[in-house]
Design a protein around this ligand. Sequence first.
Ligand code: PXL
Length: 274
Amino acid sequence: MKRIAVINDLSGFGRCSLSAALPIISVMGHEACPLPTAVLSNQTGYESYYCDDYTDKMSFFNEQWKKICPVFDAIYSGYIANEKQVDYISSFIESFSDETTILLVDPVMGDDGKLYDSHNTAICEGIKTLVKKSNVICPNLTELCILTGRDYSSISQMRKERILEEIKDMSSSLISDKLRLVITTGIINDNMISSTIYSEGKFEEISNERIGESFSGTGDIFASIVVSSLLSGFDPYDAVKKATDFISMSLTETLKHEYDRNDGIDFQKFLKRL
Ligand code: PXL
């Protein structure tokens, strides 16, 4: 069985981060080894929350894990709370990977053209350095703009074909010997929502009907399915298709009843289809 180190927070409510990643990776046949960055009563989008920062405890995991699993098949990092964690994750990647390890960094920084309240420009600079050490990233359009220093508000107002050209250009500018796959999510056009895939000079788009608004945890669900699929040997297009179809199904289910976007989406009953 292949092992994925999952570096993310544990939130009691919000069906996001580790609470979403662990069931998804497990049902897809891999062992998910959680390394919590923080333990929260609920994700930070709710009106209030309690957060126990785990930064100073993370290095104890290093010490113990080296004795059990010196190299992971994949390392997947998500929500990062501070700059110190960026340094830690950077050294975790160096010490627990070899040339076969899939390194997926989800550069969680913001949405709808805005940084999350919890994120300042210093953390974003750190995340940029982490992205350079990864080989797969899955930013949303806001995060892709931050990573490439482009202006979200002007790009998001362009017509669809131009937006796609810009995304292709931004994606290719991030590609290096190390970073080989850039997947951009949440590209909204009328009643459709698309993801794009840039790898080996090829640029592809997958579109789904836009269902509801933006919900907690969908980015984490997306990244968890992508990293698990890549580890199972799927090609990037099929990995992204699996993720977007799963999220569409779960969103449709969520909208059947009263909901709060902070509670995340009803994905549980579809897990066995993964
Ligand atoms: O899903 C992103 C995420 C993860 N973890 C925490 C968050 C958020 C988004 O707000 O607050 C704690």
